[in-house]
Design a protein around this ligand. Structure first.
Ligand SMILES: Nc1ncnc2c1ncn2[C@@H]1O[C@H](COP(=O)(O)OP(=O)(O)OP(=O)(O)O)[C@@H](O)[C@H]1O
Length: 339
């Protein structure tokens, strides 16, 4: 990820009160740097959608400034705003595709509006469909596509005018786990390829973990915690942040394998959960143990724990330690056995 310290989006003391008098955003400031993937997370009603829509003036703030690349976009006349908006792509939870147009037509639509010439449109649409991996589906209609494919079309459309910002409003909330993963991978790769700045809102903490480098936690129209994903995940401060983090699904074996090709999975149940078995083998056998990940899952009848570790270079000691753990009725599997 090519993040810099150059702010691309700056929200300065913005507030939003809807015409019915409801204040959805209390004074808040937020700065997003070039190349950041900023995740805005919070429960339903926290103000996430309102906030993201203030960035491209789909909502007008009640007070404050919205600066894009240093320019206060609240001062722009409608015609200039339209031009600037072409540089801010947006994707939505329900894709918002035109059902009467095929994939090609949906992507070309944004270019037609922006006044591109017909012959340039064709080249650009196929270029975009290649980026999102849908070239061969150019003449399919939205009703013939899966949710993940529809979101790819929406991404191609959002990228059509070479934006430098991409706003994602719950872009994976309507997708299953597999499609979510592939859309997040696509977002990560286009961010790297095109040097985009991405702001995404989500209520899924795993989305933030997967692709963001920065995050904000929103509650009651305010940002209650903001910073790098590493810092917030390792030392969450606000109660809402801690609660959201507690919903993180258990670490997956693929994630562990991405860190080490020599990992062991140690599985234990019930009575062993509270025993200091790892410090035990370190003391007894002088073995080196690097803990890669771990989790305890409360089942309805008992708790099951998994620990993913990597042992040091001394294979004789490692085997003694593994034999000892197996003797304690723990399941110890090398990655070859479970990958
Ligand atoms: N047009 C509107 N008029 C009045 N109140 C609104 C309007 N739009 C949103 N709100 C209110 O503002 C608050 C924040 O809504 P918003 O959609 O920004 O939250 P959110 O965090 O995105 O929630 P969700 O994930 O459910 O969409 C909510 O209480 C909502 O009812």
């Amino acid at each position: 990820m090519h993040s810099s310290t150059q702010p691309v989006i700056e929200l300065c003391n913005i507030t939003k009160t809807y015409p019915n008098g409801f204040q959805a955003i209390y004074p808040l400031s937020l700065s997003v740097n070039r190349g950041d993937i900023m995740g805005i997370i919070g429960y339903s009603g926290a103000g996430k959608s309102t906030l993201i829509r203030l960035i491209n003036r789909l909502e007008e703030p009640t007070s404050g400034e919205v600066r894009i690349n240093g320019e206060n976009i609240l001062e722009l006349a409608e015609s200039t705003l339209q031009k600037r908006r072409q540089k801010i792509g947006m994707i939505f939870q329900h894709f918002n595709l035109l059902s009467s147009r095929d994939v090609f037509g949906n992507v070309s639509f944004a270019l037609e509006i922006a006044g591109w010439k017909k012959e340039q449109i064709k080249t650009r649409v196929y270029e975009l469909l290649s980026i999102v991996g849908l070239r061969e589906k150019a003449h399919f209609y939205p009703s013939q596509l899966s949710g993940g494919q529809k979101q790819r079309v929406a991404i191609a459309r959002a990228l059509s005018n070479h934006p430098d910002i991409l706003l994602c409003d719950e872009a994976t909330s309507a997708l299953d786990t597999k499609s979510t993963k592939s859309i997040l991978e696509l977002l990560r790769s286009i961010q790297a390829q095109l040097g985009l700045t991405i702001v995404l809102i989500t209520h899924q903490i795993e989305v933030v973990r997967e692709i963001c480098n920065k995050m904000c936690v929103m509650s009651g129209g305010e940002i209650v915690e903001m910073g790098s994903v590493e810092t917030i995940f390792s030392t969450p401060k606000h109660t809402i942040t801690k609660e959201l983090l507690s919903y993180l699904p258990a670490v997956s074996e693929q994630e562990v394998l991405a860190q080490s090709k020599n990992a062991y999975k140690i599985s234990f149940v019930g009575e062993h959960i509270n025993e200091p078995l790892i410090s035990d083998v370190i003391k007894r056998f002088g073995v080196e143990v690097n803990i890669l990940a771990g989790n305890i899952e409360p089942l309805s009848t008992m708790k099951v724990g998994h620990l993913f570790v990597e042992f040091g270079a001394d294979e004789a000691k490692n085997q003694q330690a593994i034999a000892y753990l197996k003797g304690k009725q723990l399941l110890v599997e090398h990655f070859d056995d479970w990958s």
